[in-house]
Design a protein around this ligand. Structure first.
Ligand SMILES: [Ca+2]
Length: 408
């Protein structure tokens, strides 16, 4: 891709694809065989998206316990989920018996502002968690640790902190954080704690994506070992505000979702040594009081460009690339949860550019915090609510077939 100051030039072979959802081609100007896309055309308005939930069946999983602001879910297998609640509870859920059991642990998380016990990830017998900790001056930060379960998931033992974002900050905002493992490296998204320009400081973790080995040591090929000698060794990319979603694409690239300010929430790929530009640019957004962010430019060529941004903000939380047999036509599509507008959005990408956008769920279950998919391709959601539950999305037709069979 050749990038010019205001314009992205993309060589585009006009295909005969029929887009069944929102087609973005009408936003673009075709000049001979070269498609000129203004950077401003990366900015989307969710209110223009089609909304189609005719294909899906939403069902609540009736458990013997209601959750208080759950933050993350992780499948151990199709019958077994581990779930975090911000206030520090870790639970094991048996989907067969519909029972919830509290897991004993000694994770030193505290709930404060947007912080608490946050994301979790199970990998090779270890449970990795991100959470908020407080120091003896009362300042807080995002930390990551891991432990191992005793059988059968009654207790998390030998818990060790493997990363602490520095510095600790006296603010309750923007802790991030999602966890993801790719090629035996742990990636985590670290929020900028409401401190703005700290995201441009490669000597501070807030406002960055970090990459560490699974035991917390530093990979030898992180940016600091190459062209970014002044960066902290854990930092992989800088210039993000509050990234709360991470996902691996079918071709093994890592995508994040990121909260902008008033407008400017985005989805983008991460890039080692890259800088998304916060708070020198705002990806189409403004400060909450309406003043411009930085010079007021939405994008600048020296910064990594998202694949799309939303104005107004949708408050995106987790993202996941769909893979499964339940909705085979969605394979490879990106699912995005929205807290603010209580939506699940699906976007289809082609060569890492957005092709179609669709709302597949809205205003049914509350502020959607996390999404996960089981091995059958059924989609599971949790909401950032009190007395919350776990919801499942399956295909409507399947229910109809099952109903017919059960009558005979
Ligand atoms: Ca998830």
């Amino acid at each position: 891709m050749i990038r010019l100051p205001i314009t992205l030039i993309i060589i585009f072979a006009i295909s005969s694809c029929l887009f069944q959802e929102t087609d973005i081609i009408d936003k673009e100007k075709i000049i001979s065989n070269t498609l000129i896309v203004s950077s401003e055309d990366l900015i989307r308005d969710y209110r223009k998206y089609p909304h189609d939930d005719s294909n899906i069946l939403l069902s609540e999983i009736k458990l013997d316990y209601k959750f208080d602001q759950p933050w993350g879910i992780e499948f151990l297998n199709d019958n077994s989920i581990i779930l975090t609640e911000k206030k520090g509870y870790l639970s094991h859920i048996n989907l067969k018996t519909k029972t919830v059991h509290r897991v004993k642990h000694n994770i030193p998380s505290i709930q404060e502002g947007q912080g608490g016990l946050l994301d979790l990830l199970y990998h090779k017998d270890f449970l990795y968690l991100s959470f908020t900790i407080k120091n003896n001056q009362g300042k807080t930060t995002t930390a990551i640790g891991r432990g191992k379960f005793t059988e059968p998931f009654k207790e998390l033992k030998n818990f060790q902190i493997i990363f602490t974002a520095l510095p600790f900050i006296n603010d309750g905002k923007h802790f991030g954080s999602r966890l993801l493992i790719l090629n035996e490296h742990l990636y985590a998204s670290i929020g900028e704690r409401g401190q703005g320009s700290i995201a441009q400081d490669p000597q501070a973790h807030p406002g960055s994506i970090i990459r560490i080995n699974l035991n917390g040591t530093i990979p030898s090929d992180n940016p600091f070992s190459k062209e970014k000698k002044e960066w902290l060794p854990e930092i992989f990319q800088i210039g993000v505000r509050n990234p709360q979603g991470m996902a691996i694409s079918p071709d093994n690239q890592i995508y994040i979702s990121n909260h902008g300010a008033k407008g400017g929430d985005f989805i983008g790929k991460i890039k080692g040594g890259g800088n998304y530009g916060w708070n020198e640019i705002g990806w189409g957004g403004t400060n909450y009081i309406g003043t411009k962010i930085g010079t007021g430019q939405s994008f600048k060529p020296e910064f990594t460009t998202p694949i799309l941004t939303w104005v107004p903000s949708i408050a995106p939380s987790d993202i996941v690339f769909y893979l499964g047999d339940e909705f085979p036509e969605w394979n490879g599509n990106l699912l995005i949860t929205s807290l603010k507008y209580k939506m699940l959005i699906k976007i289809a990408l082609k060569e890492h550019k957005v092709k179609t956008e669709l709302i597949i769920l809205k205003d049914k279950i509350g502020r959607i915090r996390d999404v996960d998919i089981n091995s059958k391709g059924e989609i599971f959601l949790i909401t950032d609510e009190k007395n919350s539950s776990i919801w499942k999305l399956t295909k409507t037709e399947k229910l109809k077939i099952t109903d017919v069979i059960s009558k005979y």
